[in-house]
Ligand binder design. Sequence first.
Ligand SMILES: [Zn+2]
Length: 477
Amino acid sequence: MNKNKLPKQEENFSDWYNQVIQRAELADYAPVRGCMVVRPYGWAIWENIQSALDKRFKDTGHVNAAFPLLIPMSFFEKEKEHVEGFSPELAVVTIGGGEKLEEPLVVRPTSETIIGHMYAKWIKSYRDLPVLINQWANVVRWEMRTRLFLRTLEFYWQEGHTAHATAEEAEIETRQMLDVYTDFAVNVAAVPVVPGMKSDSEKFAGAVRSFTIEAMMKDTKALQSGTSHNLGQNFAKAFDIQYLDPNNQLQYCWTTSWGLSTRFVGAVIMTHGDDQGLILPPRLAPIQVVIIPIFRSENEKESVMKATNEVEKKLSGLRVKVDDRTEMTPGFKFNDWELRGVPLRIEIGPKDVEKNAVMTARRDIPGREGKSSLPIDSLNHQIPTILDDIHDNLLAKASKFRDDHTYDPQNYDEFHSLVNSGWVYSYWCGDKACEAKIKEDTKATLRCIPLDQNIPDGKCIYCGKDAKQKAYFSIAY
Ligand SMILES: [Zn+2]
C-alpha cells in the first residue's frame, strides 16, 4: 500500500473515514476498547463547536453548571422507560477505596436523573422558574460497536436541562433548541441538516417527544447530529420536581433536555471530506488560512519572509498558520494541509513578491480553478470574503448532494431498492408496526418527520392506509 495515498471514498468509505482521522491527527484509539483519544487538532474543532453553541445557549438565556460524574444506581430506577433504555449501556462502579460500596454508582450516560434530583431541591415556587442550565461534560455508554467520534464508550457533549411552569413553555424550549442546533449546523458547520420529530420507537428513553437534526453523510447514510427532548412531567414526577403556583397550589414542573456531542465532528468529516482528506468549514477550522513561503536562496528567503510577515499581520483577525518548516518541500506541505482540510492556502514566492501579490488556493475547489493571484494590499478585505464564499459553497454542495440522493418512491418495491442509495421520503401512516416491518426488511430506520408539513393526505408506503405525514427513512450510523 502506498503510505501517502488515502483510500478512495467510493471504494471504501469506512476505511477512508478511519484513516483520514488518524492521518490528520484528529483522534486515536485508546487502550480501552471503544474509547478514543481526541488529539489537539480534533479537540480544536470541538472547541470551535463549543464556542459557537455556547454563545447561542447564552443568547437564549441559559447558564452553565457542572454536575457529578457518579450517580446513585437507585436514581435510574425511578423512571421506568429511562432505566429500560439505558441499563444495557451502563458502566457501574461497585468498589470505592478498596471497599464494596453499599449502593452501586453509575458513571453518567446522561444526567436527567441527577439534575432532576437537584432541581427538586432547588425549585420551590413559580418565581424560581424557568431553570435554564447547560453542562459541558463527558459521559459513558457501554457501546458494543464503536467508531471514532461517531460512537465511543466515552464521549464529550453538552446537555441542557430545563424546568418550566407549563407544558407550552417546555415545548417552546424544546423547539427553540432544535432551531439553535439547526442554525449552528447550517451557518457554522455548513452541514445542511433536516430538523424533525422522532417517531415513538426512536425517541429518547423517558421523553414525551424527541426532535432531531439529521444529516446525510457522503456515503448517503444518515447521522443523527443533535437531539432535543420534551420530557413532559415524566422526570418531574419521578424526582418530585414541584413548585407552588401563584394560587399556592403544588404543581409538577415540565422539563426538557437537549444535547450535541463530539459525534458532530464525525458529521463534519463525512459531509465535506474528499479523496484528498478533510475539508473543514471555515467557521470551525482550527486553521482557516495556512501561509506557505516558497524560496530557494537566502536572498529570496529575506524578501519572501518579509512579505509573509506582512500578510500574516493583515490577517490578524483570522486563525492563520505560517508553515515555515524548512525540512519539507512546498509540495509536501500542500498535500499535508489539504489532508488536514485547511480551507485556504496562501503561497508566497519570489515572483509573487515582485508583483506585491500572493497566490491563493481554495480547498473546496481543486486544481487551477480554485487558485487566484491577489494583491497583498487587498487581503484584509478579500480573504474573509473568500472564507465566507467557501462556507456557502460547501453548504450548497452538501445540500445538492443530499437532494440528489433523496427519493420519493412510488411503491414499496421501489422504496426497498432506493433506500440503499440514499434517503427515502415517504408517506407513513403512523403505525409503529409499519415502521418495524420496514426496518426488518430494509435495515432503514425512520430518521425524522419534518415539522410543519404542508402536503395533501397520501397512502402509507408500507401498508397503503391513509397517511397524513411524510417521513425520512434511511440506513443510519
Ligand atoms: Zn402503514
